[in-house]
Design a protein around this ligand. Sequence first.
Ligand SMILES: NC(=O)c1ccc[n+]([C@@H]2O[C@H](COP(=O)([O-])OP(=O)(O)OC[C@H]3O[C@@H](n4cnc5c(N)ncnc54)[C@H](O)[C@@H]3O)[C@@H](O)[C@H]2O)c1
Length: 469
Amino acid sequence: MNSKVKITITGTGFVGLVTAAVFADKGFSVVALDIDQEKVDAVNKGETFFFEPHLPPLIQRVVLKKKTLTATTDIAESIKSSDVTFICVGTPSLEDGSCDLQYIEQSARDIGRAIKEKNDYHLVIAKSTIVPGTTRNLIKKAIEEESGKKAGEGFGLCMSPEFLREGQSVHDTVFPDRIVIGEHDKKSGEMLEGIFRALYSEKVDEYTKNWKAIYNKQVQCPEILRFSLETAECIKYANNSFLATKISFINEFANICERIKGVDINNIAKGIGLDFRINPRFLRAGAGFGGSCFPKDVRAIMKFAQDVDYEPKILNSVIGVNTHQAKRMVELAEEKLETLSGKVVCILGLSFKPETDDMRSAPSIKIVDQLLSKDAKIIAYDPKAMNEAKKEHWIGNKITYANSIQDALKDSDICMLITEWAEFKSLEPKDFKSMKNPILIDGRRIYEPEKFLKEGIKYSGIGLGLKSN
Ligand SMILES: NC(=O)c1ccc[n+]([C@@H]2O[C@H](COP(=O)([O-])OP(=O)(O)OC[C@H]3O[C@@H](n4cnc5c(N)ncnc54)[C@H](O)[C@@H]3O)[C@@H](O)[C@H]2O)c1
């Protein structure tokens, strides 16, 4: 297997675009397919349509210079001229928490119709996060129905979950921890393993040199694990559920610590994080998790479990604790101000985490929503996510957006830090002095409480067992 393999990526969102760009950078010929003409046009101009570090120069390089990536809305053409298709379309939540598979089915049917006329073998890989059984029962069935071909004979089929983190998605695609392949049959698994081995080849070339220069580490082929389709689907849900559990666990302890004078959750996290069985990652207490994956994936696997007659007790609590954290942020504000009615609340950070402009299920939405219901006035600042926030129907035009941190802080009654962007971390107590009566609620525990309290800032933080001053 070599980089002569031609690839179609269907669904050019966060996952699809980054995957397409990295394969194209390695020299594979890649077509990014989407139903959204605006996204296709942007890619063909060498532009990106969401904020992601290192992505803009990569897209420019592969589209305009190397010419290894093009985008289209023409599925039949792109699949006819490629050997492999990765399905990266969205799998959002339905009202009851279950995974909405309509885009997956649409995509599988399109692929089936396109491969009908092809004489050569085509490998289809589901990369989207899909509940166990979806590749076999939905994707395989839809492709077989539309193409008249049989999986394992007329076409190949795999499931390979994606683990990239938004904000670090280019890094994570170039340097994944591991590759998981769920295979319908041995031939499909071997073909996909070959493609990944070509992508992660350690042979020194322009690609490996470039990424070494950027990240100061060598491209290496990670461990490649091959299992059944259902195991691969399940690994993704177990992965995200475990990480969400870790966050809710530390938040639960933060809530306990707040009731013990002199105990700080950050010290607890340090103390347990050095136990190699626990490790320090995902042990930061705060305003809760959000984003396009954790809330939807935990809810989807919970619904799946219920449908197969199991009540997921831990996961139920993980969501419960997470919902509580947004309320806790508002309670902390209310502990400092008698009423929030008519008060100006400065919100620092809107995106669900730093280094992304993604607002999907961001904790800021829940927090702002509750503040608005208490008649507070909101002035918000985020380095990258304000345009996305304006589109968010829950908060969109109900709040004021500031042009800078200082504009947001000036004359506000209270400041709530919700996303730990680097530029917020460097703020000093003096920066908060332009507020009416400086009160700071640190929702990500990025500041040293003592330093702020000493300088006259009324400081509260999640998980800080300090009586209010
Ligand atoms: N965003 C992440 O951090 C992340 C990480 C790991 C896994 N995932 C999973 O990857 C999948 C994609 O996530 P995303 O964040 O990239 O989604 P996204 O919403 O950003 O992108 C999905 C894209 O699919 C396109 N699309 C929909 N139907 C289509 C069709 N029939 N044909 C072609 N294109 C179609 C949409 O227009 C959109 O551009 C989801 O299952 C998600 O859970 C996401």
